[in-house]
Design a protein around this ligand. Structure first.
Ligand SMILES: [Zn+2]
Ligand SMILES: [Zn+2]
Ligand SMILES: [Zn+2]
Length: 491
């Protein structure tokens, strides 16, 4: 850890600060997971070692629960799976992901002791837990997990006290980092990264954290695993400056971000953007001048938007995409005369609308709406925000599919520039974008020379479907840094 040190930050407790200067896109540190597990519902479709989503996986012959890409992944994971394998086989079925993660952590402590692990600035014992701030419901769920854990934990393994086990569960609940698949499209697991836990939150941070499970030999030989998180600088960072990341999506009103942070992480955000509510006016902007709507009308349309959003979420989760399209179209019809182009209620509809239209292969309409969304996002997000980069990428691909090669290529170039900083050149998504950039550049040249040849070639390219960047519109994107199960799903 030659780039960072722990320090006491004013008002925020322990934090991380830079020992040396960094520039946009620099990796400040990379860290393998201390322990990590695949989500329960994906245990058959995601590798338990590198967390890539694969069509075909090898199954562990003993427990029949763990799945791997190949023998290499299985071998790399064996130290972490050995005890688990026996316990699952004995129980006849795997416990939930929280319990599996807690057990993996405790088996590692049994093997290595609870002191500092090599490359870590903080031990598992020293990670923050917020048990004292848990409400009755949270305490109840914690006790339930501990109880189930004790049924799973083998008697021949080292025994730990109740308080210590509770500490581990609380650490998971507050610091469990969401792992995504190699394309960044779906949340697939949860892991503990001790150094990352030290980075404090800021709604407008100077760093971003990205999970990278790409195949990279240098990383593999350094960490004995392919997967790691990277803390990357979003701009110039001076020596001695605190390093911050954002735990929540910036595309929320200040009061909503603050409420979310308080509920999940138990602190009141006092960052500059929360104190000054910097972007709230943009996020609530309505038409100006002659078209300026009455306040009463604005309130009505906001309420209508919120109600429609609930209906959309429901239809989307049930896969009723034609209903989603209709709901979005009706909603936009009411919003467009009232809201300005950065209004958050409209941007949320545009995001879902363009995504679902794209999924239904209605690319012309999808592109038009994706363009409006991106134009709004560009005025709100930090220029190097990872979510912005991903949104611009999707919009670019949509334009490409719609045959709007000029705009499409421009967006893909823009997304590539953002992802070079937020994801780095070795990330699988950045590599995809690089290929797309070359492809669209060639097509654009062809388009300018001879439109007929271009359209012929485009048809052929589309039928090959070279890139799978459109996720199923019903899978939840991983927009929050740390993973917390919704409470209703837990009970
Ligand atoms: Zn693998
Ligand atoms: Zn096994
Ligand atoms: Zn804030």
């Amino acid at each position: 850890m030659e780039n960072v040190e722990i320090f006491e930050s004013e008002g925020k407790g322990r934090g991380l600060r830079a020992i040396r200067e960094s520039w946009a896109g620099d990796i400040i540190f990379a860290e393998p997971a201390y322990s990590a597990v695949v989500f329960d519902n994906l245990s058959h479709s995601v590798c338990h070692s590198c967390f890539k989503r694969q069509e075909k996986l090898l199954r562990c012959g003993q427990c029949k629960f763990a799945h791997y890409c190949d023998r290499t992944c299985q071998k790399e994971s064996w130290a972490n799976h050995k005890n688990e394998c026996v316990a699952i086989k004995k129980a006849g079925k795997a416990p939930n992901e929280n319990i599996r993660l807690a057990a993996r952590i405790l088996w590692r402590i049994e093997r290595e002791g609870s002191g500092l692990t090599e490359g870590c600035l903080v031990s598992i014992d020293d990670l923050q837990n917020h048990i004292d701030k848990f409400d009755e419901a949270e305490k109840g769920l914690l006790m339930e997990d501990v109880q189930k854990f004790l049924e799973y934990w083998p008697s021949q393994s080292q025994q730990f006290g109740m308080q210590y086990i509770s500490h581990i569960f609380s650490v998971i609940s507050c610091n469990g980092f969401t792992l995504s698949d190699q394309r960044g499209l779906q949340a697939v697991g949860v892991g503990i990264f001790p150094n990352l836990c030290l980075a404090n939150h800021d709604c407008w941070p100077n760093c971003t954290v990205i999970f990278n499970n790409g195949n990279h030999e240098a990383v593999r030989s350094m960490f004995h695993t392919q997967m790691r998180i990277e803390l990357r600088a979003l701009g110039k960072i001076n020596k001695g400056e605190e390093l911050t990341v954002s735990y929540v999506d910036f595309l929320n009103l200040t009061e909503d971000r603050k409420a979310q942070l308080k509920k999940q992480y138990y602190f009141d955000c006092t960052c500059e953007h929360c104190t000054k509510k910097t972007k709230d006016a943009l996020l609530l902007a309505v038409k100006d001048g002659e078209d300026k709507p009455e306040e009463r009308v604005v309130k009505e349309v906001i309420q209508y938007s919120k109600d429609t959003m609930e209906k959309i979420e429901k239809a989307r989760s049930e896969g009723l995409y034609n209903d989603v399209v209709k709901l979005c179209r009706d909603c936009l019809k009411r919003q467009e005369p009232i809201f300005a182009d950065t209004n958050i209620y409209m941007l949320r509809i545009l995001s879902i609308y363009s995504e679902v239209l794209s999924y239904l292969q209605m690319f012309d309409d999808a592109a038009e709406n994706a363009k409006k969304m991106v134009d709004g996002y560009l005025k709100i997000y930090h220029q190097n925000n990872a979510q912005l980069g991903m949104a611009v990428m999707r919009a670019g691909v949509t334009h490409w599919h719609a045959g709007m090669i000029e705009v499409g290529h421009g967006m893909i170039c823009k997304a590539f520039a953002i992802l070079l900083i937020t994801h780095g050149p070795l990330h699988p998504i950045t590599k995809d974008l690089e290929v797309m950039r070359a492809q669209t550049e060639m097509e654009l040249r062809m388009f300018k020379e001879n439109e007929f040849v271009y359209y012929k070639m485009r048809e052929a390219a589309l039928s090959n479907k070279p890139f799978q960047v459109m996720k199923e519109p019903n899978s939840e994107p991983a927009t929050n840094l740390f993973h917390k199960k919704p409470q209703e799903a837990k009970s």
